[in-house]
Design a protein around this ligand. Structure first.
Ligand code: GLN
Length: 321
């Protein structure tokens, strides 16, 4: 069906969803990274960016929180840009693991692939693939410049978070060396893990993430900076990765109930992409047992429901002022 939505309808849905979800309790801040345990659990922001660059922000959308696993999407885009879709499929894979984000078991089950760039194993491999090879500083510049281009403004590492994660990332060290054993780390192992840890520690706002989501929804064209950040052909590849594994072992339930491909991070952020229609991001620190923000999930679902949107609805959606 053809479906038309106005800016006013979308703005109203965002405001109502925020009001409905702001008092939701439940969930718990991530505490395996000590810094995250101390973030105010009441912070809550919701942001939608449309293909014409219009953004609706409500709540704590300027608060800089740890991007964590949402960064995996951004660096996946970088290696897709640098190496192409075929190489990423061959060197990492594009399959869901059906297991938690930090699963070692998943690597053992599929020992010749880290499965997908959107779980820890594949994301560390992705960092090992970033060019220029062997040059830690050059690789970091490529990663952070790509984040800036996608989000439309600069961001930087939260030093305390980076320190906290580096001091406690024993499981990720095990993952890195296991991958090395399977010849799936394509650069120095410690450097690759350090780049991964650093990218997870970048401070980002919900508003920046919704611009990034809109850039993906807009086939690589950032609607705020008006620049083509990546080849339009790569957009369906990245949305496929998000659809298949964005919520780890809960991804099917998420897509079934929300209707929108989305990626979460243990900092409490969620980025959702509705191709051609909008980018959405929500942030609230308390997480469910799989590591996905309770309130951010509720808020995004509420917006989708109010606007009767869904990636599989089969509607041709037009957004007008
Ligand atoms: N930096 C975190 C980790 O490696 C990211 C996990 C996440 O956000 N799901 O465990």
């Amino acid at each position: 069906m053809d479906k038309t939505l106005t800016h006013a309808q979308i703005e109203a849905a965002v405001k109502e969803a925020y009001q409905e979800c702001k008092d939701i309790t439940g969930g718990k801040n991530a505490d395996y990274i000590p810094f995250l345990a101390n973030i105010d659990p009441n912070l809550f922001g919701l942001s939608v960016t449309l293909p014409d660059g219009t953004t609706f922000n409500i709540g704590d959308t300027d608060y800089k929180f740890g991007i964590e696993s949402v960064s995996k999407v951004l660096t996946a885009i970088l290696i897709l840009k640098q190496h192409g879709a075929e190489a990423v499929l061959k060197q990492i894979g594009a399959d869901a693991t059906g297991l938690p984000f930090n699963s070692i078991f998943a690597i053992l089950l599929e020992n010749d692939h880290p499965s997908t760039p959107l779980v820890n194993a594949g994301a560390i491999t992705a960092c090992s693939m970033v060019n220029p090879k062997g040059d830690s500083w050059g690789k970091w510049e490529a990663i952070i410049n790509n984040i800036t281009a996608l989000c439309g403004s600069e961001s930087e590492v939260i030093d305390e978070l980076y320190k906290s994660e580096s001091e406690t990332n024993f499981n990720n060290r095990a993952i890195s060396w296991l991958l090395k054993n399977y010849n799936r780390i394509y650069d120095d192992v410690d450097m690759s893990l350090d780049l991964y840890t650093r990218q997870c520690s970048v401070g980002i706002t919900a508003s920046q993430l919704s611009i990034c989501a809109a850039t993906i929804a807009n086939r690589g064209f950032n609607p705020v900076t008006k620049t083509q950040v990546f080849d339009p052909q790569l957009a369906p590849k990245i949305t496929t990765l998000i659809s298949s594994v964005g919520f780890y072992q809960n991804t099917g339930d998420w897509l079934y109930t929300s209707g929108i491909p989305a990626k979460s991070g243990v900092g409490g952020g969620v980025l959702g992409v509705l191709p051609g229609v909008m980018g959405i991001a929500a942030f609230a620190p308390p997480l469910d047992p799989a590591g996905n923000s309770v309130k951010a999930q509720a808020a995004i679902k509420a917006v989708m429901k109010k606007l009767d949107l869904g990636v599989f609805n089969g509607d041709r959606v037009t957004v007008t002022a």
